[in-house]
Design a protein around this ligand. Structure first.
Ligand code: COA
Length: 332
């Protein structure tokens, strides 16, 4: 490591989940499923669902306020807002702009990043590059999704795995040996049909037909997604570690995207990491898309599982297909 190098450090972190909880028993009343099937196939016991009167920007604002408070950063000093989401308040403008207005970040630029479940990794990588280059000083990175708004509550293949939430970090420049050490991003557009929302975009604008055929909801090939996720998350982990000049044995905590406990276990096993070095909260939140990694990281720091100097390996995977990894040395 080269002390004196400018890199992005995490100066503050915060997260938010809606109050409303949907249990597996609740789902048994909605679709043909069972508590036993959901727990053994996914590891999920319950998830949080956004109340009807709230939207993605409300969750993002709550998580971001907590991160700014944690960092002691006044609203006027935020230079850039990056919001990873696939469930923005509108198709346009970006929800980052809505958040900027709601939080009074009057000196900030703002834009969205739509990288689905690896959105937090993509946004954090982008924020890190802006901080590292000296373009911006205080960059607010948010992952927020109200994915329940795109879930087909008649489709048992998908409706049991998702939940809503938001997480945020404030990035700032640091000049010691802490901060974001490496970012790895990869995608394979050939897999775009494995997980997508067919209608609502320019390819298939909303119509009576698209609504009747339920094409505004998530379509997923679960088995194919599963296979690709386990493989890609392992690759992302190894690549990010290599770029940081670290080995698996240097990892203090791995924070993977929370898609399915079996995907996490498969990736962790391939890496040779013990499960007690892995942050897991899928049992309580399900797959919260762009929020998932930040939510697990925030929970880990709140529970005292990370201390200054720890090497944290974050890995994500999502629609696109997209995947990536970040090595973060905790502390400012
Ligand atoms: N309750 C009960 N049975 C269900 C069910 C549910 N909620 N969902 C599917 N099934 C049934 C299927 O219909 C199938 O029945 P069949 O054999 O009669 O056709 C059976 O369970 C097995 O289905 P399969 O798809 O092989 O199950 P699985 O072990 O692969 O688990 C997923 C399904 C969706 C949980 C799993 O494939 C998965 O997690 N995939 C990745 C999804 C993901 O992470 N997406 C987001 C990526 S960021």
């Amino acid at each position: 490591m080269n002390p004196g190098t400018r890199r992005a450090v995490v100066a503050g972190i915060g997260s938010y989940v809606p109050d409303k909880v949907l249990t597996n028993q609740d789902l048994e009343r909605v679709v043909d499923t069972s508590e036993e099937w959901i727990v053994t196939r996914t590891g999920i016991h319950e998830r949080h669902i956004l109340e009807d009167h709230l939207t993605t920007s409300d969750m993002a604002v709550e998580a971001a306020s907590r991160a700014l408070r944690h960092a002691g950063c006044p609203a006027s000093e935020v230079d850039l807002v990056l919001l990873a989401t696939v469930t923005g308040d509108y198709v346009f403008p970006s929800t980052a702009c809505v958040v900027q207005e709601k939080l009074g970040l009057t000196n900030a630029g703002a834009f969205d990043i739509g990288s689905s479940c690896s959105g937090f990794i993509a946004a954090l990588s982008t924020g890190s590059a802006f901080v590292q280059s000296g373009t911006f000083k205080n960059v607010l990175v948010i992952g927020a999704d109200a994915i329940s708004r795109l879930v087909d509550w008649k489709d048992r293949n998908t409706c049991v795995i998702f939940g809503d939430g938001a997480a945020a970090v404030l990035l700032r420049p640091g000049f010691g040996d802490r901060g974001i050490l490496s970012c790895y991003l990869k995608s394979d557009g050939a897999g775009c049909r494995y997980l997508y929302q067919p209608a609502g975009g320019a390819k298939m604008p909303p119509s009576l037909d698209s609504i009747t055929n339920r094409l505004h909801y998530i379509r997923m090939d679960g088995r194919e997604t599963f296979k690709q996720a386990a493989r890609s998350m392992t690759q992302a982990a190894f690549e990010a570690l290599k770029m940081a000049g670290l080995e698996t044995t240097d990892v203090d905590l791995m924070v993977p995207h929370q898609a399915n406990i079996r995907i996490i276990q498969a990736a962790v096993q391939r890496m040779g990491l013990p499960m007690d070095q892995v942050a897991v909260n899928i049992d309580r939140y399900g797959n919260t898309v762009a929020a998932s990694i930040g939510l697990a990281l925030d929970e880990a720091q709140q529970n005292g599982r990370v201390t200054a100097g720890d090497n944290i390996l974050m890995v994500g995977f999502g629609a696109g297909l997209t995947w990536g990894g970040i090595v973060l040395r905790w502390g400012v």
